[in-house]
Design a protein around this ligand. Structure first.
Ligand code: SF4
Ligand code: SF4
Length: 188
């Protein structure tokens, strides 16, 4: 079933309560992942249906509309996909950050055994994230909320297909930074 606007709003609310680390990591890298002045190509695709929780007139973002079929998306993605570019951290409103931004620097990975785990993001980006480079320890609350969010998101076949496509390409030689079994065992 396609993910609903209400589900997106709930995920946003849940992820608003957590941060990957307990300090402003932008202070160590000049907020590289937000810096569209330094990195012209920087931006992100919204997930299918995520546009419903955003206002196209919002001054935080520039919107571009592409056809899913023209890019390397799974075949279940059809029609319009939305690419947004930020206008910098000075205009950023935390509660408006898209999913891709909220769950960074973690990323979902589906093992060949079908287990959903988190890894450090290996997205092809034009900057180095010091948290990923140093394999910084991320907050447990953030990891738990992020895994839960991706589990809900992947109830939508299109998002499942996106995660599966990336996971199949990378294979199982990944460093897992969070899995539910770890949570159950209470090991943090
Ligand atoms: S997530 Fe990484 S690149 Fe982005 S501000 Fe934090 S340390 Fe910098
Ligand atoms: S939405 Fe905010 S936090 Fe996310 S990339 Fe844009 S400026 Fe950075």
């Amino acid at each position: 079933m396609n993910i609903s606007e209400e589900q997106y709003r709930q995920i946003y609310e849940d992820l608003d309560k957590v941060s990957p680390v307990l300090f402003d990591c932008g202070m160590i890298c000049g907020a590289s992942c937000c810096d569209t002045e330094r990195h012209e190509d920087l931006g992100m695709y919204l997930l299918p249906g995520e546009e419903a929780v955003h206002d196209r007139d919002d001054p935080c973002f520039d919107w571009m509309v592409d056809a899913a079929e023209d890019y390397d998306f799974p075949s279940s993605w059809t029609g319009d996909v939305y690419f947004i570019r930020c206008h910098g951290t000075f205009l950023c409103e935390r509660e408006k950050r898209p999913i891709q931004c909220r769950t960074f620097p973690a990323a979902p990975h589906l093992t060949s055994g079908g287990e959903l785990v988190l890894i450090y993001s290996d997205a092809d980006v034009p900057y180095i994230c010091p948290m990923i480079a140093s394999e910084a320890e991320l907050s447990t609350a953030f990891l738990k909320a992020t895994l839960k969010a991706w589990r809900t998101l992947m109830g939508d076949q299109r998002i499942y297909d996106l995660v599966k496509q990336a996971s199949d390409r990378r294979g199982d030689e990944v460093k897992v930074i969070w899995r539910e079994a770890v949570t159950d065992a209470g090991a943090v």
